[in-house]
Design a protein around this ligand. Structure first.
Ligand SMILES: Cc1cc2nc3c(=O)[nH]c(=O)nc-3n(C[C@H](O)[C@H](O)[C@H](O)COP(=O)(O)OP(=O)(O)OC[C@H]3O[C@@H](n4cnc5c(N)ncnc54)[C@H](O)[C@@H]3O)c2cc1C
Length: 506
């Protein structure tokens, strides 16, 4: 097949590689004009304004790492050769976890530590070297070409480019990311509208990158790599080539924290006050991003390209954030993008001459394998938003002891968290789920795992309370940052345009 891929981000690259290695000819159209970097550090300065999240922390989960290691061992080796490292379950086991014994499946529980720019640069370099993948950069796709398909669904026959030219193709892959306007392009050629489910994650993201100073190393690992304080969340991410990044996140409504986290000095002070990030900012590293990168408008989003059992268009398949986008906190996006690309390649293999059967097979696989992770993200975010709103309003989110959510939060805090630290069986199950290697409900439906967690929870009275991973109360945190808490009558709110407007507190 002659395939056009719209967008050269992670999903576009993954699909281009998957299809090219199965013998298809691929053209990737990427709007960002910047030339290829020549090193990981140069890639970090790459102008990728079409994918601004590249300068935020990225975790590359086991699902993605295993796809690469098993299907693209050459690219995986290139990533390691360019400074990415593996983080394996079994390394850095906490001393209190006395029942750890290695199991064969543990070889799957491996994350890749790497900056997103390094990851994308190495994968693009591999795609460029493929022979069957060609890139058109600095040109955007502005619409699709279509003929009348079977029934009411138009048949997409190519794309229209920003320079007015047209590119005919047997299959168009829509990999234009989270802001993709593919539904509008399809509507313009007569396709039915594409139902969209959108849930705000309720958070704003702040990231800053650092590099170890000469003669210094990463702090000992094995402890927490982040925490959820309710009013804020945070984490530290190991990168390639002696880099790392810190991400702080706060509720969208918290104008005070939003303003503070965006200031590089306050950001560093905040990271030094948080248990899991403090050792990283003890002078062993220096920032390599002057400003703090800020990203708001983070959504969970799912788009239906098959409605009432029929594809809305033939000859076009969506992949990556263009079809399914989840809260970045869970680090799933690049994994689900690569996973989706793999599902497309399988479906193309099974139905090379039947675009309708191809669309249905891909949709079926997507719904069965990846959609449950979208639902899991939405549910988790709903609860996180409830807690954050209560804390911001000065209320105790656990005040109602009869609320089942209070019970669940207790089990999480005093059961799951300590069990992960002390019981290798629970840790393994948790990491399998975190790395998308088991179903989202695998832990909850496993009787052995549930009873281990409940046993730890029931024993909570016999041990010291869990150590907090940062100030328990938002007002303490604000005081530590040497900022007066939002006081008497006023809370600052940052408007979408970025200007600060005062509003009366409730
Ligand atoms: C703040 C943040 C942090 C994240 N952290 C993680 C993480 O830790 N781990 C993880 O796995 N995922 C993470 N993600 C998600 C991850 O970045 C995305 O899921 C992933 O980039 C999706 O890849 P994509 O190719 O679909 O989209 P993108 O990577 O956004 O690429 C889309 C590409 O399409 C191009 N494009 C758009 N429109 C056109 C057009 N009309 N014509 C031509 N080209 C076009 C753009 O220039 C861009 O290059 C994070 C996301 C955010 C926002």
């Amino acid at each position: 097949m002659d395939v056009t891929v719209v967008g050269g981000g992670v999903a576009g690259l993954a699909t281009a590689l998957a299809l090219a290695r199965r013998g298809h000819e691929v053209i990737v159209v990427e709007r960002d004009p910047t030339p290829m970097p020549t090193s990981a550090d140069e890639a970090f300065g790459w102008d990728r304004r079409g994918a601004p999240q590249v300068r935020h922390s990225h975790a590359f989960l086991g699902r993605l790492r295993n796809l690469l290691a098993n299907h693209y061992p050459d690219i995986y080796a290139d990533l390691l050769g360019e400074g990415a490292t593996e983080m394996r379950f079994g390394d850095n086991i906490p001393t209190e976890m006395t029942n750890y014994e290695r199991e064969p499946g543990d070889d799957e529980i491996v994350m890749l530590a790497c900056r997103r720019t390094t990851f994308e640069w190495v994968v693009r370099r591999a795609a460029l070297a493929e022979g069957r993948v060609h890139f058109l950069t600095g040109l955007g796709v502005e619409g699709v070409l279509a003929a009348t398909g079977s029934g009411s669904a138009p048949l997409v026959t190519g794309v229209r480019l920003s320079n007015g030219s047209e590119l005919a193709s047997d299959l168009v892959i829509a990999a234009a990311g989270r802001r993709s306007v593919v539904p509008d392009w399809l509507a313009a050629v007569g396709a039915a509208s594409i139902p969209e489910e959108v849930e705000d994650t309720g958070i704003v993201y702040f990231s800053r990158f650092y590099k170890l100073r000469f003669g210094h190393e990463y702090p000992p690992r094995g402890g927490a790599i982040g925490g959820d304080l309710g009013y804020a969340k945070y984490g530290v991410f190991v990168g390639d080539n002696r880099t790392f990044s810190v991400t702080l996140a706060c509720p969208t409504e918290d104008g005070v924290l939003r303003k503070m986290f965006a200031d590089p000095d306050v950001f560093d002070t905040a990271a030094r006050e948080l248990v899991a990030t403090a050792p990283w900012l003890d002078g062993r590293a220096e920032p390599i991003t002057e400003a703090v990168c800020v990203m708001a408008g983070l959504l969970n989003c799912w788009r239906e390209y098959v409605v009432d059992g029929g594809p809305v268009a033939l000859g076009l398949l969506p992949v990556g954030d263009a079809v399914l986008c989840t809260n970045p906190l869970y680090g799933r996006g690049c994994s689900t993008a690569f996973w989706g690309a793999d599902l497309i390649a399988d479906a193309v293999n099974s139905h090379p001459n039947d675009l309708r059967a191809l669309a249905l097979a891909y949709d079926h696989a997507l719904r069965a394998e990846i959609y449950p992770w979208y639902r899991a993200s939405v549910e988790q975010d709903g609860e996180a938003r409830r807690v954050a709103a209560a804390l911001l309003a000065g209320r105790d989110p656990d005040a109602d002891a009869t609320d089942p959510r209070t019970f669940m939060r207790g089990v999480f805090r005093d059961g799951l968290v300590p069990a992960i630290r002390s019981d290798a069986v629970v840790m393994r199950a948790f990491l399998r789920s975190f790395n998308l290697l088991s179903a989202p409900d695998a832990m909850a439906t496993d009787v052995d795992i549930s009873s281990r967690i409940l046993a730890v929870w029931q024993d909570r009275g016999n041990r010291a309370p869990e150590a907090a991973l940062g100030p328990k109360h938002r007002r303490e945190f604000l005081a530590l940052l040497d900022q007066p808490p939002a006081t008497a009558g006023m809370i600052d709110t940052v408007s979408p345009s970025g200007t600060t407007v005062p509003r009366p507190s409730r």
